[in-house]
Design a protein around this ligand. Structure first.
Ligand SMILES: Nc1ncnc2c1ncn2[C@@H]1O[C@H](COP(=O)(O)OP(=O)(O)OP(=O)(O)O)[C@@H](O)[C@H]1O
Ligand SMILES: [Mg+2]
Length: 255
């Protein structure tokens, strides 16, 4: 039975998609069955996995037309993908009147659990209905954070959303862990921010830190995760180590 992990942080550009795609590929390489669900209308995870953003059937059809997700799923070398594109931004509006509007994704993904070891959901940078659907569907939340001055800002809002979701629709929701991304050792405040995050989250903070690495940034334009684009890069190595820690990490914390 798959564990469903959503990658959330309403702060934009902190490495949600990059971590979702590259951890997915690293997990797949370790012979686990994995599905990446792209819940962001930007469709970055879809292209990052080398899947087609202009697919005939996407997550939009699953959420709005009740299409069987199996019809939308595409298989790539790096894991299966349930693709999305800009059309999904319409779903955020159209779902507003749907019955149990926060549970539409949960209901769609539940039957897929038996086919995978893990299902990853890449969230958009907002706390709107798409992210709420992801939080409702997930067992755990993995929070990518960038070690910048404003890292902690907005975290309180994310915690509030997670708490509300837990209290109202998903009582078992837990934090999978926090991953520091785009880490630059040369910046002295990066270490300070990391310490602050460690104090707040304790062991839920992953020991593996993702460095700022140009290969990671280049890989999506080739439709590949970094491991396939530049096998020996520091970025590929970091995500490989993250996958190993992800399998062993058992410090999920209550929200
Ligand atoms: N470790 C890294 N080293 C270098 N560049 C990175 C790294 N991680 C992410 N990036 C780059 O930073 C940008 C933002 O990353 P990403 O798209 O993963 O963030 P996001 O949180 O998903 O953004 P959004 O909130 O828009 O969905 C991208 O251009 C990505 O290529
Ligand atoms: Mg993203």
């Amino acid at each position: 039975m798959a564990r469903i992990v959503c990658f959330a942080n309403q702060k934009g550009g902190v490495g949600k998609t990059t971590t979702c795609v590259n951890l997915c590929a690293a997990v797949k390489e370790k012979r686990r069955k994995i599905l990446l669900v792209d819940a962001d209308p930007q469709g970055n995870a879809t292209t990052g996995m080398g899947a087609d953003k202009h697919a005939d059937v996407t997550l939009y059809d699953v959420l709005i037309r009740g299409t069987d997700p199996k019809e939308a799923i595409v298989t790539t070398k790096y894991g299966d993908v349930l693709p999305s594109n800009l059309e999904l931004s319409g779903a955020a509006v159209e779902l507003v009147d749907a019955p149990e509007r926060e549970k539409v994704l949960k209901k769609a993904l539940e039957p897929l659990r038996e086919s995978y070891d893990y299902i990853f959901i890449d969230c958009p940078p907002s706390l709107g209905l798409l992210t709420l659907n992801a939080l409702a569907a997930a067992d755990t939340v993995l929070i990518p954070m960038q070690c910048e001055f404003y890292a902690m800002e907005g975290l309180a809002d994310l915690m509030t959303s997670m708490r509300l979701t837990k209290n109202s629709i998903n009582p078992n929701l837990q934090i999978e862990g926090i991953v520091l991304t785009m880490y630059d050792r040369r910046l002295s405040f990066a270490g300070q921010v990391a310490n602050e995050i460690r104090q707040y989250f304790g062991k839920a903070l992953y020991k593996t830190v993702i460095p700022r690495n140009v290969r990671i940034a280049e890989a999506p334009s080739h439709g590949k995760p970094v491991s396939a684009y530049s096998r020996l890069s520091r970025g590929a190595e970091a995500y490989d180590l993250l996958a190993i820690e992800f399998f062993r990490h058992n410090h999920t914390i209550d929200i």
